[in-house]
Each structure stands twice: as structure tokens, then as C-alpha cells.
Write a protein that binds this ligand. Structure first.
Ligand SMILES: *[C@@H]1O[C@H](CO)[C@@H](O)[C@H](O)[C@H]1NC(C)=O
Length: 200
């Protein structure tokens, strides 16, 4: 079963031409070290992605909108990577960067967890000196994902989140609707929006 499943996925990857945003993410991450899904399954008009072990730095930001949350959060995270750590060393980073957002009654809250990926070659990254910055590691996880390749403003990002939420609800997919992730892979708008799949 597993073998069939993997074969189907691999075959499918070959069909992900580079003009497809999912194909672009995979191509980018094969060239540079970045976080790409290990398994991709096409569902209706979204995908199921399996992410393997990953590590990142994160900080919590209260902000009115996504743009200011990212500006405030990323500044702290970059300063962690530029010697703002107990080893006073440079920590190599890679795509994606982005944020987790939180939903209450279908509304996006003004609180964000901004994150930045640490490359997988770094074993035991040094602790941050800023107590508001934390190291995070994540186990294998499945996400429902939609990918985009156009730069949009905050309002359109929110619309994309709500649309995916509604589509997953309509299709009765098992997912955690209390938070979502938005990783960015380029400054030109290559991004994903994802909800964590539950109950496997
Ligand atoms: C959804 O995610 C939140 C935040 O991680 C967690 O506290 C909660 O238990 C999760 N709910 C389900 C149903 O998995």
C-alpha cells in the first residue's frame, strides 16, 4: 500500500509543471535548501502535503495586520540569526518565512506567530538571547494546502484563508480550524495557505 501510494505521488510530481505554484515550490526547494513537502496528494482544488521534521525560530506578535506583524516579527528573528543567540554566531536560515494566524468565529485575530526556518543542516541551533524568541521543532505533519504565485495585500490574503476554510468545511475534511499557516517562498508572492489535517 505504502509503495503504491509513494509511486502515485512520485508520478504525480512529474506532472507538476513549473508553472504550477506547487511545482515552483518543489523546484525552488530542490535547488536551494528549503522546506518542501515530502508527499503531495492532489485533492479537489487544494492539496494534502506531508511535511517532515523541521526547525524554526518563532515570535509572538500582537499587530493590527499581517504586514506589520511580519515587519515586527521578522526583525526579531533576523536579529536572532545575526548573533542574537547564546553562541553569538550566525545561524543559517532559508525559506519559508511566514506566520501562523488564529481564527475565532471565522475571524482572523490580531495576534500572529511569526516564523523563519533554520536550515536542516544546523544541529542544535543556539538558544535566542531575546526571551520573546523561541526555537521550535515540528514532527511529521499533514496539511491541507493551497499555493499561490501572485503577490496580494492583507485583505486578499485573509480572503484566501477564509475561502480555504470554507472549502474544507464544505468537503467535510478533518482539520483544525483554530489556526492556519502562511509560509512565503519568495518576495514575489509564492506562498502557501494551510490548515493542519487532524485525526489520522
Ligand atoms: C487545534 O490547534 C490548537 C492550537 O495548536 C490546539 O490547542 C487544539 O487542541 C487543536 N484542536 C484539535 C481538535 O486538534
Amino acid at each position: 500500500m505504502l509503495r503504491i501510494f509513494l509511486t502515485v505521488s512520485v508520478l504525480f510530481w512529474n506532472h507538476l509543471a513549473a508553472q504550477n505554484p506547487v511545482g515552483k515550490v518543489i523546484e525552488l526547494c530542490e535547488r536551494d535548501d528549503c522546506l518542501k513537502p515530502e508527499v503531495v496528494i492532489k485533492d479537489k482544488n487544494y492539496y494534502e502535503f506531508e511535511f517532515e521534521f523541521r526547525q524554526w525560530v518563532q515570535t509572538e506578535v500582537d499587530a493590527e495586520d499581517i504586514e506589520s506583524a511580519l515587519a515586527i516579527g521578522l526583525e526579531k528573528l533576523f536579529s536572532y540569526a545575526r548573533c542574537g543567540n547564546v553562541a553569538a554566531t550566525v545561524v543559517p536560515l532559508s525559506a519559508p518565512w511566514g506566520f501562523f494566524g488564529y481564527l475565532e468565529n471565522g475571524k482572523i485575530q490580531q495576534r500572529f506567530s511569526v516564523f523563519l526556518r533554520i536550515v536542516s543542516e544546523v544541529n542544535n541551533p543556539p538558544e535566542p538571547t531575546d526571551p520573546t524568541v523561541t526555537l521550535q521543532t515540528g514532527p511529521l505533519l499533514w496539511y491541507y494546502i493551497r499555493t499561490f504565485d501572485t503577490k496580494v495585500d492583507d485583505q486578499q490574503t485573509e480572503e484566501r484563508v477564509i475561502q480555504l476554510l470554507k472549502d474544507l468545511e464544505k468537503d467535510n475534511r478533518p482539520f483544525n480550524s483554530t489556526f492556519f499557516g502562511v509560509p512565503y517562498y519568495s518576495t514575489h508572492g509564492l506562498m502557501e495557505i494551510g490548515f493542519e489535517k487532524t485525526g489520522e
